[in-house]
Design a protein around this ligand. Structure first.
Ligand code: NAD
Length: 353
């Protein structure tokens, strides 16, 4: 039996998590897996209930589970709270508490949605890449940081073990994909990048089947727009990854379609859509559940090792889009408009078919 923690959170969170759970149940039934779901509170919903954005009960639940599927947190109701009390602080808190140091952000263009990209169809057709971003080190966390008179300091620091473990995530992933890693750094200027390169080369020796290349971050930003089809796995540090993963994601053109995974040393992982809690459409039944449904596919693949089942979900999403069904955020002329729940039902039916 697999135990899955569901953290719906705020805004559209409960609506999209309900659809993703429905899809996971359908996969469990089809392939004969027993899945147990338990819900926990996080974000504003948790603050309202007990005064803490990330309650201990929720952390305990996550630690006792095989994987965590999260909706989104935050909303205007809690915007006036100080930074460390806001629902969004729970996001950093949960990643830290679960030791999640690797962030995986795939960018895949579904043929039916290629028109939604800001780039020409022939440039984006067939994009299928993943950005592997180091999540707990680098300039966002390095010490010292702060102000001194009219100066401000941030420190970019990486250690060999930090680089090694994220590099392994990227190489392992490339082994299951097209076998290519592009390591992105700024080794012409930064000492941390020179160390990064050395360690990545050393780790690559354990993966002779994987083709490794190095790219400066400025060139990578350009290549993503010029010829994104050249990439398979992009491996990079925290800040470069933050920027490049947003750039890569937007090649697909739609926020409602982007899943993500955060992984640590073991198999426990946290899976969530890239988008936020969309308070402007919460409760209206129009949110696109596909980013969360595809996050559930990543959960099956990376935490439960259920590759075929994950692929079935992704196939179902492609099929339903090919049939022309669209939630309002990805609607186009001639499509069949559907709401959140109908979209979930369509994916379930495709899985069962
Ligand atoms: P957002 O991603 O919530 O929304 C941006 C726009 O995209 C909105 O117009 C929204 O309606 C639309 N949108 C987002 N997801 C959608 C979906 N699944 N289907 C259809 N439309 C969708 O970003 P925001 O408005 O900047 O932030 C709203 C709240 O979410 C804030 O409190 C913010 O801090 C929080 N947030 C949380 C996370 C997270 O939980 N990981 C991430 C980003 C923002």
């Amino acid at each position: 039996m697999f135990k899955i923690a569901l953290l719906p959170g705020d805004g559209i969170g409960p609506e999209i998590i309900a659809e993703a759970a429905k899809v996971l149940r359908a996969v469990g039934d089809k392939y004969g897996h027993e899945l147990e779901f338990k819900e926990g509170l996080i974000g504003g919903a948790a603050l309202d209930e007990g005064g803490e954005g990330l309650p201990q009960d929720t952390l305990d639940l996550c630690r006792q589970s095989d994987a965590v599927l999260m909706g989104a947190v935050g909303g205007p109701k809690w915007d006036s709270l100080p930074g460390n009390k806001r629902p969004e602080a729970a996001l950093l808190g949960i990643r830290k508490a679960l030791g999640l140091f690797a962030n995986l952000r795939p960018a895949k263009v579904f043929p039916a949605l290629a028109g939604a990209s800001s780039l020409k169809r022939e440039v984006v057709d067939g994009i299928d890449l993943v950005v592997v971003r180091e999540l707990t080190g680098g300039i966002y966390f390095g010490q010292p940081k702060g102000r001194e008179g009219d100066r401000a300091v941030d420190t970019m620091a990486y250690s060999v073990p930090e680089i090694e473990r994220i590099a392994r995530v990227a190489f392992e992933l490339a082994m299951k994909r097209k076998g290519r890693v592009t390591s992105v750094d700024k080794a012409n200027v930064l000492e941390t990048s020179r160390l990064w390169r050395e360690v990545v080369i050393r780790v690559s020796e354990d993966y002779p089947e994987v083709h490794l290349e190095h790219m400066y971050v400025d060139n990578c930003a350009m290549q993503l727009l010029r010829d994104p089809g050249q990439f398979d796995v992009i491996l990079t540090g925290n800040m470069f990854g933050d920027i490049l993963s947003d750039e890569a994601a937007m090649l697909t053109g739609s926020l409602g379609m982007l899943p993500s995974a955060s992984l640590g040393e073991g198999t426990l992982g946290l899976y969530e859509p890239v988008h936020g809690s969309a308070p402007d459409i919460a409760g209206k039944g129009v949110a696109n559940p596909l980013a969360t449904i595809m996050s559930a596919a990543m959960l099956l693949r990376y935490s439960l090792g259920l590759t075929e089942e994950a692929a079935r979900i992704e196939w179902a999403v492609g099929t339903v889009l090919d049939q022309g069904y669209r939630t309002p955020d990805i609607a186009e002329e001639g499509c069949v408009p559907v709401g959140t729940r109908e979209m979930g039902d369509l994916i379930v039916r495709a899985i069962q078919s």
